[in-house]
Design a protein around this ligand. Structure first.
Ligand code: NAD
Length: 289
């Protein structure tokens, strides 16, 4: 299949390379010349404009920083340049409202579209092991699925347009809450004189069991190996967690959903990122205890 891929950054670069490995012809574009060159090295055909990448595409995949950019790339460029009938897949993490609006504009112009944000970081993007949560019609999902399977290990139809973004922000709000809860409990146990490794052994097999504790232990040298053991480098950056929490708070506000713990988590991550820690893995929030 001929696929245009727009946004070849930390995530998109590896995803585009995996589409090449899956046998697709990938016409790649990014504003960054370095990103275009890396994509060419990975077997993509690098293009100088969005329009030239899209002009004969049967599918367009985007992996862009935010909703404003997604709206302008589709609204001002992709829709006008792509042959009618192509399928659009936006894998960026953006707000639910923009995702729905861009889908509606695309459908109005003769295209099917899914929002397909991902769980999994740069390693999963490079390794082709992302999880995609997909919003869109049954027909759009069926067309998008084989393309997404070339970049991930799981492709789940969440519901109608915007449902993928909804799943993503609710999941990451929960992740922030259990990471903070895990950090708080581990540090309290330590202050009360309990060896943190003993706390890990007990709680990870008790009702305190959760992903942040069991699979991503936030204290160095305790539990499983994680970014904590690498000075909180790599992993999922605090700045990206904060981005997702802001999107979650905006969506909660619009839906009139009560999120007292999500709001507290957002404000703790806001403070932590504001103190210059945006580049550290999000588990480094334990340092504030
Ligand atoms: P990034 O900043 O590394 O990459 C974004 C790329 O988009 C950049 O290369 C930039 O040059 C390009 N770009 C920006 N505007 C453009 C335009 N108008 N036309 C073409 N290219 C343009 O970001 P990333 O880490 O790859 O993240 C991409 C998306 O994936 C974000 O929405 C992010 O929230 C989401 N995400 C990231 C991670 C992660 O661990 N990095 C995990 C899950 C989801």
């Amino acid at each position: 299949m001929k696929i245009a891929f727009i946004g070849l950054g930390n995530m998109g670069g590896g995803m585009a390379a995996n589409l090449v490995k899956a046998g697709h012809t990938v016409n790649a574009f990014d504003l960054s010349g370095d990103a275009r060159a890396a994509a060419a090295d990975a077997g993509c055909e690098a293009h100088d404009t969005v329009e030239s990448a899209c002009e004969s595409a049967e599918a367009v995949v985007t992996m862009l920083p935010n909703g404003e950019i997604v709206r302008s790339v589709y609204g001002d460029q992709v829709i006008a340049a792509t042959p009618k009938g192509a399928i659009f897949l936006d894998c960026s993490t953006i707000d639910v409202t923009t995702a729905k609006e861009v889908e509606a504009i695309s459908v109005g112009a003769g295209f099917e579209m899914v929002d397909a944000p991902v769980s999994g970081g740069i390693a999963a993007a490079n390794g082709g092991t992302l999880t995609f949560m997909v919003g869109g019609t049954d027909s759009a999902f069926e067309r998008a699925k084989p393309i997404l399977e070339g970049m991930g290990k799981a492709v789940i139809h969440a519901g109608e347009a915007g449902a993928g973004q909804t799943a993503k922000i609710c999941n990451n709000m929960l992740l922030a809450i259990h990471m903070i809860g895990t950090a708080e409990a581990m540090k309290m146990a330590q202050k009360l004189g309990l060896d943190p490794q003993k706390f890990y052994e007990i709680s990870s097999q008790s009702s305190g069991y959760n992903w942040s504790l069991n699979a991503y232990t936030p204290l160095p040298g305790v539990g499983v190996e994680s970014p904590a053991d690498n000075d909180y480098q790599g992993g999922f950056a605090t700045g990206l967690m904060l981005k997702d929490l802001r999107l979650a708070m905006e969506a909660a506000d619009k839906a009139d959903a009560a999120v007292p713990l999500g709001a507290r988590a957002a404000s703790l991550y806001e403070d932590f990122a504001g103190a210059g820690n945006g580049g550290l893995d999000f588990s480094a929030i334990i340092k504030t205890y």
